[in-house]
Design a binder for this molecule. Sequence first.
Ligand SMILES: Nc1ncnc2c1ncn2[C@@H]1O[C@H](COP(=O)(O)OP(=O)(O)OP(=O)(O)O)[C@@H](O)[C@H]1O
Ligand SMILES: [Mg+2]
Length: 583
Amino acid sequence: MLVVAAALVPPAIAQRIVDYVFVPSVKEGNFSSRTTLLLSLIAALVVANVLRAGLIFLRNNMVEVYSQRAQRDLKQRLYDRIQAQSFGFFHTTRTGELMARMTNDVEMVRGLLAQGLLQGASGILFFIGAAALLGVLNWQLALISALASPWLFMTALKLRKSMRPTTTEVRAQFSRLNTRVQENISGIRVVKAFMRHAYELMRFQKENTALTAARNRNLAVWARYLPALEFLSGISSAIVLLAGGWMVIQGRITLGTWVQFNGYLWMIVQPMRTLGDVANQVAMAESSAERLCEILDRRPAVTSPATPRRPEHIRGEVELRNVSWAVDGHEILKGINLRAPAGSTIAVMGPTGCGKTSLVNLIPRFFDPDEGQVLVDGIDVRELDLKQLRGSVGLVAQETFLFSDTLYGNLTYGQEDAPIERVREAAVTAQAEEFITPLEEGYETVVGERGVGLSGGQKQRASLARALMKQAPILILDDATSSVDMETETRIQQALRELEARATTFIIAHRISSVLHADQILVMDHGQIVERGRHAELVRSGGLYAEYFRVQHGGRGGNGDAAGSGGRDGGEHGTHPSATGAS
Ligand SMILES: Nc1ncnc2c1ncn2[C@@H]1O[C@H](COP(=O)(O)OP(=O)(O)OP(=O)(O)O)[C@@H](O)[C@H]1O
Ligand SMILES: [Mg+2]
């Protein structure tokens, strides 16, 4: 506002300079007083300009600070929303796409807040201020010169509207390019191993070219409108020159007034000429904002109930009642029934893709089943506080993931500042300590993206230690020892059994040796549990499990070593009579 006011002063001074200095009405006016007048008016002009510059500086700073703050808050809210989404969202949304929204689209919106609104607001203020002064100076001239402005506004509005489709396309294509880059870098090993870098380069080039093409289409729309805007604003000045010149000739206004008038008119015309830019910016920010709202308005599929039940202590009994789950009409789990008493060990086996991971993911509510119930300690998990439920489940996911952080930081994830003794304990149980201690920096070794590379089996053991740190009543090991040698695996299982507070443990595995000691072995096929029982029973029954056993242990039927030890163990640990299933 002040900036506009300050900008309105110089034309008024110019008018006085022209009228009193250049064209002195008093012909014989003395020379020195004209010089003084000129000098003092120039001085006033300089002051007005300095004032205006200072105000502009202040205003731009304020706008910048404000828009940066808005950007920070927006990013924070987006991140919060993304984190709150359930698994289905991450199955269908790509990382590169989310990154593009988090960075590029947020920046677009900020750009509009900072520059666009600034230009728009000061344009409007200039328009009002200058138009008012114009009216006061000479309303006839003002009216004449305003002739072109409705057209100008209409054109700008139309420009914004016609730019929308192409801007949206630019944003979408940018996301695609981003996804390509992200996937390529993450999968660089595959790319190199298959010597596909020329091919990847070509695919990148395709997306990159498509982005340029989309931008060009976008710019073409803009370019079509620009001449019209320029022409209309040019016409305004021509009209003023014509009508104003005529009025000066007629002696109805002084030359100075005309100069002042022209000064104000420029203030109106100038922002109008930038209307094209503003319209462009608005169009871009609109499509970005739309993409951001898609995330902000997206309610997570799994949420904590409004009035959750909060049992004081969770023992870890798990039950699935007639659970079914389908994705796009494709049935992934069908009529699953199982009961795991607190502290028991349940093994899940079955061909790949049969639904093992899906089954255990129901327990921490990574998604909810379409039919049936999942119960923990007899309470439907949908009635439990989500935080408490997830806090009660220790998980080693099938795909191990460590953060770029120290081993200590990774192991204490979610338990910051846990004493190192506890970390060691967990690491010993997970048989991770044996590879951590020899490392030069021990627990302070940075792993993950930029740190040392751990082997697959080492990563799995670190993840297991991290899950154990939680000391949760339910423990899920999804193929958690698949990369660990059999001997180490046996030691891990031994250590897990010896833990004081034994968690209800779900072990998903493909190796018979991993499931030998389970209280209950479930064999799945095509989303159903087709066999259940202990090792010895299942071997005898001659089904899918017996077939696995035959293949893995050289066809010696029930007489092999493994069967022998399995049988013994089954006897030793047969302390859970109810573990034989409740279907
Ligand atoms: N969110 C999902 N959306 C669509 N399909 C899914 C989803 N999750 C799993 N599936 C499908 O469900 C089936 C079972 O998958 P799941 O990961 O449970 O198998 P699995 O038994 O753990 O296999 P593996 O032994 O290879 O780990 C697969 O066909 C998979 O493609
Ligand atoms: Mg799986």
